[in-house]
Ligand binder design. Structure first.
Ligand SMILES: *Cc1c(COP(=O)(O)O)cnc(C)c1O
Length: 721
């Protein structure tokens, strides 16, 4: 693949010294960049250089989270100003409300991959505008929309100033979705119609969604859109309402809706998240069954070189094939982990635990190394349920203070400055950690960041994760832990739903239905049971050399089965093969010969949209019979469909029914006769072994199709009968 990919993200977690990330989304973006570098992909990143970064967390004895914003020392890392051809600082202008805001740009070089970062702190701006890019995820909605204009519109303009023409545009989460509007504007300025421009942009854009809950989607009310974009709308070659319709959900303009309307491929970040996203988008397109919503998934991974401890890298290099670092996606390369002598693997693990104890838990006492250490570190968002383990303090007391088999917990994580309930959780946690019976057994470490994350995922014994299923889209910290032989104990959500095999960690299987309280009750119960009956006994079962052999075998199982799948080399290769390459081809095809195909598709969609009201399903007859083979039922469908001026080749007619088990079945019907002008008879046969269709009602659906569509639901149009 020779063309370039522009990867837009509101946050990038490249290194702890550059605090322009808040959590998993940013770290994933950083790992994506690093893997692109390893795989020599022609990719560049586009983001924002937040002058104050995400906050530094200080938590006192009172448990109150304080937010510090130390000015970032920009001399400390390799962020360099971007200059134009003549060596002057490169400036980009973006329209915000009734003015222009100037942006300068910085380049953060990650090997061969540049990450361009925009910065509004420019003298030419008035004082207020200079502060626009101070903070990541400003709680102020006005600041937020300005940042998204800066990222989306400013990002495209920056790439153009650099003379770049990416072939594929990747929106990592919806924050950057204004980039599609800016590219439509560019085409419009070149004389392309809005519809054609939209098709051309869509054909070359991809969107990764990360948010499984509606409340997590970024949206702005319409007045706000009007206020900030009023001078921009008209430059897109269409009217305001058409633009607003691209992202409209109720009274708001929803960035996820905009992104999915303007991308050729939409993906979630785990197989389970794909299903959740389909259900979510189904609410926006209720006439399309959720199984048919065009969303795929690429499960997240982590960058091995960043997250694997050097002590283990060295050990793996001794036992794995010499070229294992180039074969990180191959289970065969990893299976040699089983050949590592258990004593050696355990010794390295104990060394990493010691490093953790020294760095994060000084004064821990001599026995700490021999005490089972369980880590929980993540953003303190309520759905992650950091307090689940504290459901029954007496029961927890018995677990942690068992004289023979004690347990220690280490917690870390920031709550967003505007997240009151999240901060309340930290307070409660600190309060519990100060209770006499939990002192030194439950510890909270302040200012969770990529630095402490590394120490934690490499040095604890167990990595705990207790989200409300299915709210964790993927989660990645457990993948980092797995690489390092740390065993996961997690709700079967996100990536763990794919990773857990019964032998490589533990699954907290409580309850996924009912009220949050009931789920917490059941999940907490399941977690205590796992600790008491499985995890603690296994950890303390030692051989003559005090090595817990069964535990180490589990560590090996975890590394062998999880490392080859949940790493960013596998992930980025999947993006290349399944998303970037087809989109590159599609984008080129749409823009070739003066945007011939884009124009054709636009005209075709316009025609279909204008004529679709004619389409009707008139009558349906079904006739079931025992088929030729025993137990096989055949059902013949006969339908009359009126298409008006639409050609029968431009629609697909099918019978669709539910299989009674959460799935759907479909039978394609073929036009067998034209009964009158625009009126056709369609027929098809459903062969079924299980009589599934006899127990459900079938409906007939007509959808517009085209070989130039990426999927059959691209127009979000269907007629049922
Ligand atoms: C990996 C990482 C995350 C993501 O953790 P989750 O498992 O998604 O909760 C968040 N913050 C930091 C600092 C990380 O390194």
């Amino acid at each position: 693949m020779t063309a370039s990919i522009a990867y837009f993200s509101a946050e990038f977690g490249i290194d702890a010294s550059i605090p322009i990330y808040s959590g998993g989304l940013g770290v994933l973006a950083g790992d994506h960049i690093k893997a692109a570098n390893d795989l020599e992909l022609p990719l560049c990143g586009v983001g924002i250089l937040y002058r104050k970064g995400y906050f530094k967390q200080v938590v006192g004895e009172d448990g109150i989270q304080r937010h510090l914003y130390p000015e970032i020392d920009r001399t400390g890392f390799q962020v360099e100003p971007v200059s134009d051809h003549e060596g002057r600082p490169l400036l980009v202008k973006v329209p915000i409300a009734n003015r222009l805001v100037y942006l300068k740009a910085w380049r953060l070089q990650v090997g061969s991959i540049p990450v361009y970062l925009l910065d509004a702190d420019v003298e030419a701006n008035d004082e207020q505008d200079r502060r626009l890019t101070d903070n990541l995820y400003a709680s102020d909605r006005h600041c937020r929309i300005c940042q998204e204009i800066i990222l989306g519109i400013g990002g495209v303009r920056l790439l153009r100033k650099l003379g770049l023409k990416p072939a594929v545009w990747h929106m990592n989460e919806g924050h950057s979705a204004f980039l599609t509007l800016e590219r439509i504007r560019e085409h419009s300025a070149q004389g392309l119609s809005f519809d054609t421009a939209l098709e051309a942009v869509k054909a070359s854009t991809v969107f990764t969604t990360h948010t499984p809950v509606p409340a997590g989607h970024d949206q702005f009310d319409i007045q706000m859109m009007d206020h900030y974009l009023r001078d921009f709308y008209w430059q897109l070659g269409t009217d305001r309402d058409t633009i607003l319709a691209l992202g409209r959900v109720g009274d708001c303009f929803n960035m996820t809706r905009l992104a999915m309307r303007t991308a050729a491929i939409v993906n979630g970040v785990s197989a389970l998240h794909e299903e959740v996203t389909k259900a979510l988008f189904h609410q926006w397109m209720p006439h399309i069954p959720k199984q048919d919503i065009p969303v795929t998934s690429v499960t997240n991974g982590v960058h091995i070189d960043t997250w694997l401890a050097p002590e283990l890298k060295e050990l793996y290099s001794r036992y794995l094939p010499a070229d294992w670092r180039g074969r990180t996606g191959e289970p065969a390369a990893w299976s040699a982990v089983r050949n590592i002598p258990s004593g050696q693997l355990w010794e390295r693990h104990q060394k990493l635990k010691e490093i953790l104890l020294e760095r994060l838990l000084p004064g821990h006492g001599a026995s700490a190394k021999e005490t089972l250490l369980i880590g929980f570190a993540r953003r303190f968002a309520t759905y992650k349920r950091a307090l689940l383990i504290f459901m029954d303090l007496d029961r927890l007391d018995k677990i942690v203070n068992d004289p023979e088999r004690p347990v220690r917990f280490v917690f870390a994580g920031k709550a967003h400055p505007a997240d009151g309930p999240g901060q309340q959780m930290i307070r409660r946690l600190v309060e519990i950690s100060q209770m006499e019976r939990f002192k030194g057994r439950i510890v909270f470490i302040e200012n969770y960041d990529m630095g402490s994350a590394k120490t934690l995922v490499q040095g604890v014994d167990v990595w705990l994760n207790t989200p409300v299923k299915p709210m964790e889209a993927s989660g990645t910290s457990g993948q980092k832990a797995a690489l390092n032989g740390v065993l996961n104990c997690s709700v079967l959500d996100g990536w763990w739903n794919e990773g857990y095999n019964g032998r490589n960690g533990w699954a907290i299987q409580g309850e996924t239905e009912g009220s949050f309280d009931r789920q917490a009750q059941k999940d907490g119960e399941a977690l205590y049971r796992l600790l008491e009956e499985e995890i603690v006994p296994l950890y303390y079962r030692r051989n003559a050399h005090s090595v817990p052999l069964d535990w180490v075998n589990r560590m090996k199982e975890s590394i062998c089965t999880l490392a080859p799948r949940f790493n960013t080399h596998r992930m980025v290769r999947e993006y290349v093969n399944r998303i970037y390459a087809p989109t590159h081809e599609r984008g080129n095809r749409f823009s070739a010969n003066g945007f011939e195909i884009a124009g054709k598709v636009a005209a075709y969609k316009r025609f279909i949209r204008e004529q679709w009201h004619h389409v009707r399903v008139h009558s349906m007859h079904t006739h079931s019979s025992q088929g030729t083979r025993i137990g096989l039922t055949e059902t013949l469908f006969q339908v009359h469909v009126y298409l008006g001026p639409i050609w029968e080749k431009d629609v697909r007619v099918e019978a669709v029914g539910s299989d009674g088990d959460g799935g759907i079945w479909k039978v394609k019907l073929n036009a067998v006769a034209e009964l009158g002008k625009g009126l056709f008879r369609y027929e098809g046969t459903f062969r079924d072994r299980n009589d599934a269709m006899l127990h459900s009602t079938a409906n007939v659906r007509v959808v517009p199709v085209s070989t130039d569509f990426n999927n059959d639901f691209e127009m979000e149009l269907s007629t049922w009968g």
